[in-house]
Write a protein that binds this ligand. Structure first.
Ligand code: SF4
Ligand code: SF4
Ligand code: F3S
Length: 354
């Protein structure tokens, strides 16, 4: 375990050039939305930083979140795992299995008690269903409580770990909940998304590594740097929305011209995530660019809100007529619907806070 070495030590030992290191720092700073002038400060902080021990526990999940992490490109997951963090336990990615893996996890927890970063993906079954999700005979509920006790902070990776996600969807057959519903005495960063954008996962790790603190969070516990704006406000199809030009079906003339997908159920106006700016697959594309509306996958209860192919106005009010038929009326109705939907969302958020 090399958690006690600084990142600079490890980089030098691995023959990483100064140029390669500065490239990593520039990518990290840009991910954290810091100006280029901050790159040297980030470099100095990272070089001196002790490699944090990271323990990643997968619970009731589909492995999509880990799949997403392995497609991170800036910084690469290899870079993070081998140069910047000490990933002491991840039972999907690690070579060890069985007792050796268990031992490695307990050793890391003991040696770094109070200081390690705990990453979790997947929801946690509770009450009479606690035993429905176990590893090596231990329920995930008990594993979470044990691991959380010695963690400096917890990152809930994905909507399942953050809010319960799809396993929690009605009728929630395992009484699944998210990490924040169980652990109340540790800082928790919710990196939601189903799965989350890989760059956002590594960005949060990079922030922790650089500053040794958790980033500023929104009311759902998500890092503001990535979840501070909604999809709609950064969407390149927004001019079509403003002009009331909507695709009516997935294969009509409007769809071919790249018109707004609002009438096809896009939930961008009420969804906070960085897809429209960071995009997916090395920045190649994202759902809306690929012709499909946003499903709202980074929001709590997105699955139960459903209505994936109905416009927000209908989804929230149960009346599709509120989306205008004429182009001009379409924009006005779309704006009104989005504003009302956001109002409803805000009210729910205030109630959640209270
Ligand atoms: Fe899978 Fe989505 Fe849950 Fe991640 S958030 S474990 S991708 S269902
Ligand atoms: Fe983009 Fe969807 Fe907003 Fe239309 S409704 S502008 S497709 S985010
Ligand atoms: Fe999810 Fe919407 Fe992005 S569905 S991946 S938040 S565009």
């Amino acid at each position: 375990m090399a958690a006690s070495k600084t990142v600079g030590d490890v980089l030098r030992a691995n023959g990483v050039s100064r140029r390669g290191f500065m490239k990593f720092c520039a990518a990290t700073a840009s991910m954290m939305a810091l100006p280029p002038s901050m790159v040297s400060a980030v470099a100095a902080a990272i070089e001196k930083a002790r490699r944090p021990s990271v323990i990643w526990l997968p619970f009731q999940e589909c492995t999509g979140c880990t799949e997403s992490l392995t497609r991170s490109h800036a910084p690469t997951v290899e870079g993070l795992i081998f140069d910047a963090i000490s990933l002491d336990y991840h039972h999907t990615l690690q070579a060890a299995a069985g007792q050796r893996a268990e031992d490695a996890m307990h050793q890391a927890m003991k040696e770094n008690y109070g200081n390690y970063l705990l990453l979790v993906d997947g929801s946690v079954p509770t009450e009479e269903f606690e035993s429905h999700s176990c590893t090596n005979g231990h329920s995930h509920l008990s594993m979470l409580k044990d691991a959380a006790a010695g963690a400096a902070a917890i990152v809930s990776v994905g909507t399942c770990a953050a809010f319960g996600g799809i396993p929690r969807a009605n009728p929630n057959p395992t009484k699944a909940v998210g990490v924040r519903d169980i652990i109340k005495d540790k800082p928790i960063i919710n990196v939601s998304g189903c799965p989350p954008i890989p760059t956002v996962i590594t960005g949060v790790l990079a922030h922790y590594l650089t500053f040794g603190t958790i980033p500023e969070l929104d009311h759902h516990g998500r890092p503001l740097a990535f979840f501070g704006q909604n999809i709609h406000d950064r969407c390149y199809r927004r001019p079509f929305y403003e002009r009331g030009q909507f695709a009516e079906t997935f294969d009509d003339e409007g769809a071919r011209k790249g018109y707004c997908l609002y009438k096809l159920g896009c939930k961008g106006p009420v969804t906070y995530n960085a897809c429209a700016t960071l995009r997916w697959n090395d920045g190649v594309s994202w759902p809306v660019q690929s012709g499909h509306g946003c499903l709202g996958c980074s929001e709590p209860d997105f699955w139960d809100k459903g209505s994936f192919y109905r416009p927000l106005s209908a989804a929230y009010w149960g009346d599709a007529k509120t989306v205008g038929i004429s182009a001009a009326a379409g924009a006005a109705a779309g704006l009104a619907a989005a504003a009302l939907a956001r109002g409803k969302q805000k009210k729910a958020q205030q109630e959640e806070k209270a």
